[in-house]
Design a protein around this ligand. Sequence first.
Ligand code: NAP
Length: 254
Amino acid sequence: MPGKILILGGTTDARQLAAKLAARGDLDVTLSLAGRTEKPAPQPVPVRTGGFGGADGLAAYLAGQGINLLIDATHPYAARISANAAVASEKAGVKLIALRRTGWQSVAGDRWTPVENAQAAVTALGDKGRNVFLALGRQELAPFEAAPQHSYLIRSVDPVTPPLDVPNARYILGRGPFDETEEAEMLSAAGIEAIVSKNSGGSASYGKIAAARALGIEVVMLQRPVLPDVMSGGSAEDVYAMAVHALGLAKRGE
Ligand code: NAP
């Protein structure tokens, strides 16, 4: 095989990119997951699971496995692994390409309140009790225990255990994509007054943002973390083409 690729994943983009690269038949592609999700979505290529032990551990993995190309296709808010990828690629002398989906831009009718992080979102929600929809990863939920005056509706892929230490919280399980119509029904039925969201970009989780606009609901939007400045493409298609070029392979099946 002329190319051994490690994709750092955990996103739909990573899965789609892995499928596209593997379909060529001339690449050895492995996808890496952090192991956070109990039942991860099926992947089109072999998967390795769990942390590497920081940037040094990742560099050692790249060298040990003879990886020719590292692709960081992790979620835009997974800042630590992206920083590790940049350091490890330098250290191991392995090319790195990042898949960096552009964030959503607010448009007329949106009621966005930009905040730096989950703690700032708690402040932005205010002192008066409101019906709040939290569409955040499990790790970001803890700060909301400081605001027990709100009633929370919390959606996550896996159950939130232990549940938040607040008097009013309801939990729903779900893995996107979610379309605007079903999101609007859910938000209306629950009487949601504010949504706390990450600016994930892409279409899979945009339904709630579009529905919030239509319903006049405030969106408290967590800013994106700063990521290392590395060669990057904005979609699986872009990064596929960049990977093929970086490995000096013939174009095919695009
Ligand atoms: P993070 O804070 O950037 O990373 C924390 C640690 O988890 C890393 O230092 C690394 O451990 C390990 N890790 C993260 N991604 C990994 C991967 N793909 N393969 C192997 N190890 C990985 O990451 P996070 O925000 O907790 O996200 C974890 C995973 O969930 C990512 O793969 C990401 O794509 C996915 N995800 C995250 C979000 C989000 O909002 N953050 C949303 C959807 C999906 P070591 O240092 O030991 O190597």
